[in-house]
Design a protein around this ligand. Structure first.
Ligand SMILES: Nc1ncnc2c1ncn2[C@@H]1O[C@H](COP(=O)(O)OP(=O)(O)OP(=O)(O)O)[C@@H](O)[C@H]1O
Length: 580
């Protein structure tokens, strides 16, 4: 199993910039609100400093008035911070919605071979814990870091205006807090990515245990699987511990920095006052501002670490898009029509395995039905996957409508050609939802016509809520034959130019198989169909038949020609008739 790609920091940064560009105005408005809140927070220290400087000549009523004004500014600051937090969270929610939409679209665009080659746990962990991490960061870390950064900037400027020498006390904390921050920040990305990988492996192990529960029970594998799960949990715990270690360095360095800043302010202030370089009021205001600054500096570092972790999660989430985006795109080269041309195609599954298809040539004209028959292991499914573009030929070309499949994006390819196998999936949702997946605007009449065409209309009419019935494992389990009919109805709605059926009707027995073949022939009239068939009665009703043996097409022609030629097909046909 290969993990899905992780976007580079540069790509992640470009995603963030793109998001920032689309939300520039609300972001600037929020930053201005934070700046106003920070400026209001300076009122109390300034008022206190003014009172200290004028303590001998100031009346009690003026002090009360100033204190009331300071209180008013504190209330204003609280209000402005509250309203800007609300706006930031709203903004964050919109950004997250966009990211989630992108993630779902990216996941759906993934080529099947990429999904088959990747681990389910990896995709699942990215969709759950990484997206949750981003959500937390967007809701909490982003506003906190923004507030903190704006507050630090406004207060530092204010302090420098009041007394630039006193403002220098801020630098005292830089060596210790800076070193702790640098040490932790340098490691955040790799530690977060390692934690994500460990969680993906754990999810994989758990998912495979659930899927293989029957095998585990049959072969008494409980202890071995428990050990495997425990090892994965240990791996996750070690990764989480490394993440906590970062905080165990960062947090104390931040605390020490806060104490140092205020202490330095008191010492520098006392020194400046003794040399008549600062009034007592300035020192009071300055020390209060230093205390006020050190808190957002700490918040910036602590939540900043959360933001860096989230950016690593963002790399995992946007990396899914890279897996699909690396595709070539010559989609414009696609001509209309469903002529299929398999040209000198050979194929091997892995670099170091043997060829399973050798130099296969086939031409299927638009609207023609080709049945592919042959013994088990002859290469029929392998060929079907290549014609669908799920796998790419090791050598040779597959063209549909004149366009080379390897040059089409997954989306363009799926519009041209679709494959139905015996494996199908019912998604949790209504019957209607399950069919609209491929044709969102389809109305009930169109959906019912597709169901009628595959002989499922009666079954749906008998369901408790008809098209609205919630189906799927948890709600209303659907039997294999009905699931197969729904899969075929879905393909009729998707309406590709070329359809590849890989044993798609072999679930149906006897009369019902013949009925399904007849229905499909009628519904698919005009479409190019390549049908892998075990059932030779399906093959004889095709326009042409290709017989495969050991990865080669050994015979091709109309069913009548092949029966008359007395070759492989004729032998298969005789054997089939004797069995029947
Ligand atoms: N995923 C895979 N990885 C490696 N080899 C594979 C894979 N799938 C099939 N093969 C091999 O490729 C060869 C052709 O198999 P394929 O499934 O295409 O034959 P088939 O004619 O469709 O057989 P069947 O009728 O049993 O489905 C076989 O030797 C098979 O073992």
């Amino acid at each position: 199993m290969r993990e899905l790609p992780i976007a580079s920091p540069a790509h992640t940064w470009s995603v963030l910039k793109r998001i920032g560009r689309t939300r520039r105005r609300p972001a600037v408005a929020v930053i201005l609100l934070y700046a106003l809140a920070a400026a209001s927070s300076m009122a109390a220290p300034v008022v206190l400093g003014a009172i200290v400087d004028r303590i001998d000549g100031i009346s009690a009523s003026t002090i009360n008035l100033l204190a009331a004004a300071a209180l008013g500014f504190v209330l204003l600051q609280t209000f402005l911070t509250w309203i800007s937090r609300v706006h930031t969270r709203r903004l964050a929610e919109k950004v997250m919605r966009g990211l989630r939409d992108d993630f779902i679209a990216d996941s759906m665009r993934l080529p099947v071979r990429r999904i088959e080659g990747a681990s389910a746990g990896d995709l699942l962990t990215r969709a759950t814990s990484d997206v949750a991490m981003l959500n937390r960061a967007a809701q909490f870390a982003v506003p906190e870091v923004l507030i903190a950064a704006v507050t630090v900037a406004v207060l530092a400027v204010g302090l420098a205006v009041i007394n630039p020498l006193l403002a220098l006390s801020l630098l005292v904390a830089v060596p210790i807090t800076g070193a702790g921050g640098r040490w932790a920040f340098k490691r955040v990305r790799s530690v977060t990515l390692a934690r994500g990988s460990a969680q993906s492996r754990l999810a994989d192990a758990a998912a495979s245990d659930v899927a293989g529960a029957g095998t585990v029970e049959t072969y008494r594998l409980e202890e071995a699987r428990r050990e495997n799960l425990r090892a994965n949990m240990d791996g996750t715990w070690r990764a989480v511990k490394r993440e906590m270690n970062l905080r165990s360095v960062l947090f104390p360095s931040v605390d020490i920095g806060m104490i140092l800043t205020v202490s330095a302010g008191v010492a520098v202030g006392a020194f400046l006052h003794s040399r008549d370089l600062a009034t007592l009021g300035e020192v009071t205001t300055g020390v209060l501002l230093l205390k006020q600054i050190s808190e957002p500096v700490a918040a910036m570092l602590i939540f900043g670490q959360g933001l860096l972790s989230a950016s690593a999660s963002l790399s995992r989430v946007t990396g899914v898009g890279e897996a699909g985006a690396a595709e070539p795109d010559d989609s414009d080269a696609t001509g209309p029509g469903g002529d299929v041309e398999v040209d000198a195609v050979s194929y091997r599954y892995d670099d170091d395995s043997a060829l399973v298809l050798h130099d296969v040539d086939l031409k299927v004209k638009e609207g023609e039905t080709l049945a592919v028959v042959g013994a088990s292991g002859a290469g029929k499914t392998s060929l079907a996957r290549l014609v669908c573009g799920i796998d790419e030929p090791t050598s040779g070309r597959v063209r549909i409508g004149g366009a080379d499949l390897s040059g089409l994006t997954t989306e363009a390819r799926r519009r041209k050609v679709l494959m139905v196998t015996q494996e199908h999936h019912i998604f949790l949702g209504s019957v209607r939802d399950n069919l609209r997946l491929v044709d969102a605007p389809a109305d009930d009449a169109k959906i019912l016509a597709a169901l009628e065409a595959v002989g499922a209309a009666e079954w749906v009419a008998g369901l408790p809520d008809g098209l609205d019935t919630a189906i799927g494992e948890r709600d209303f389990p659907v039997g294999p034959a009905e699931a197969q009919r729904l899969a075929l109805a879905r393909v009729l709605l998707a309406d590709p130019d070329v359809l590849v059926l890989d044993e798609a009707t072999s679930l149906f027995a006897g009369g019902s198989a013949r009925d399904m073949d007849r229905r499909l022939r009628e519904s698919l009239r005009g479409k190019t169909v390549i049908a892998v068939a075990h059932n030779l009665s399906t093959a004889v009703s095709a326009d042409r038949v290709a017989v495969m043996d050991a990865g080669r097409v050994v015979e091709a022609g109309t069913p009548d020609e092949l029966r008359a030629a007395d070759g492989d097909f004729a032998r298969l046909w005789r054997a089939w008739n004797q069995e029947a």
